[in-house]
Write a protein that binds this ligand. Structure first.
Ligand code: SAH
Length: 381
């Protein structure tokens, strides 16, 4: 835990440097063209003496037509495509595992990144549209005690292109439009702030897939300075705070980040986010038996949620082999929810999608790391 804390401390200055390098150089010295905004691409084309309309053409191929390589960009000359191949890295993900739930059609994808690392993404079909849950980092350094994604620490940040590509690959593989994106997979999105922001802007850009900002949710364990920065962007995305405990003492026991930021600070920051964006915060609250599921906990949650008019997502903890938590019985989850409702707080019990496939985030990646491969899938996207 000491080590993790100092890791979080060390983020600051170094991160900025690393981000820029990652964004630009995912493949040796080549520039990561899919992480460039349209404006950056225009500047890049102009600097290379290319015609301005090339940037718009290429942006459309990458972010609307979802081309998997330069060769699919058939209205660009062969010479130009060869030139691009020499100069730019073109991110493409390979689905190395696909698990499909027999219960509800949820699909979990294990994607291989250009450097061989793998991340998970989940596709869920709802009445109101298709939702994709994406990863923002390879691994995580936040150390939450119940989470499988953090067990091996952080490997690296994902580039904007690698976050976009999870959405693109799933669109291609399912043949269906994605209408909602939640950044709730592996990683702490606000620990990869700069890349996340580029990703959010490109995902919702009218020149790309143009997913409505209101249909995008970013979940955080509560990095206060980055939550404030995001608020100042005044985007219309939903911010979800993983609260999981209503006292600092209890929260510190399950989330090391609570040593850094107190609940009172988090609540102020949530208020700031609402004031800047007009968007209500969601609290995520994973219920673990005997840990945070008492009546007293529920009343504590009411007190925190009320002034902010928060919506609460109740998630019965998904047991992870290496972690010592078991889930709260459904009857008790319902009783917990009743307390919220009686006090006029809206609490939804998260519908468990894909219970029959490795549910908890990070489990499929870990299974793959330990060589336990189970279901096929080998499509390049
Ligand atoms: N780093 C982000 C995204 C993490 S995953 C965050 O902390 O919000 C999304 C949600 O799932 C978080 O609320 C996380 O705390 C929760 N979660 C992770 N592992 C879980 C598990 N085994 N059971 C229940 N919820 C879990």
């Amino acid at each position: 835990m000491e080590k993790r804390e100092s890791g979080v401390e060390a983020m600051g200055v170094q991160r900025k440097v690393r981000m820029t390098e990652e964004k630009r150089q995912t493949d040796g010295k080549k520039t990561d063209i899919k992480s460039m905004t349209l404006q950056e691409l225009k500047e890049e084309m102009a600097a290379g003496g290319k015609k301005a309309f090339r940037a718009a053409q290429m942006y459309e191929w990458m972010h609307v037509k979802l081309a998997r390589n330069f060769d699919e960009m058939t209205n660009l000359s062969k010479a130009f495509r060869e030139d691009c191949k020499a100069k730019y890295a073109y991110t493409a993900l390979r689905a190395v595992r696909v698990q499909e739930s027999k219960l509800d059609g949820t699909r979990k994808f294990l994607f291989e990144l250009p450097d061989g690392n793998v991340v998970e993404s989940v596709w869920m079909k709802y009445k109101h549209g298709n939702s994709v849950c994406i990863s923002s980092q390879v691994g995580c350094r936040m150390g939450c005690r119940f989470c499988a994604s953090t067990l091996d620490g952080l490997e690296r940040n994902l580039a904007p292109s690698e976050m976009l590509d999870q959405v693109y690959a799933i669109t291609l593989l399912t043949g269906e439009r994605v209408s909602n994106v939640v950044v709730m997979g592996i990683g702490e999105p606000l620990d990869n702030y700069d890349n996340l922001l580029v990703f959010l802007k490109m995902l919702t850009d009218e020149n790309g897939l143009h997913i409505s900002q209101r249909n995008v949710t970013v979940s955080t364990c509560g990095l206060v300075p980055e939550m404030r920065r995001l608020a100042d962007e005044k985007m219309q995305i939903t911010l979800a705070l993983s609260l999981h405990a209503v006292t600092d003492e209890k929260r510190r026991k399950i989330m090391p980040i609570a040593n850094r930021y107190q609940i009172s600070e988090l609540m102020d920051t949530c208020g700031y986010y609402f004031a800047r964006t007009g968007r209500r915060i969601t609290f995520e609250y994973s219920l673990a038996a005997g840990v945070n599921d008492s009546e007293e906990d529920a009343m504590g949650l009411v007190r925190l949620a009320k002034p902010l008019h928060c919506h609460i997502n109740l998630i019965p903890v998904n047991p992870v082999k290496e972690c010592d938590f078991s889930r709260t019985r459904l009857s008790q989850v319902k009783a917990f929810q009743n307390i919220l409702e009686k006090n006029e707080i809206n609490g939804t019990i998260r519908r468990e999608m894909g219970r029959d496939i490795d549910g908890a985030c990070g489990q499929l990646r870990r299974k793959n790391m330990s060589g336990l491969r189970d279901i096929g899938g080998n499509e390049a996207c």
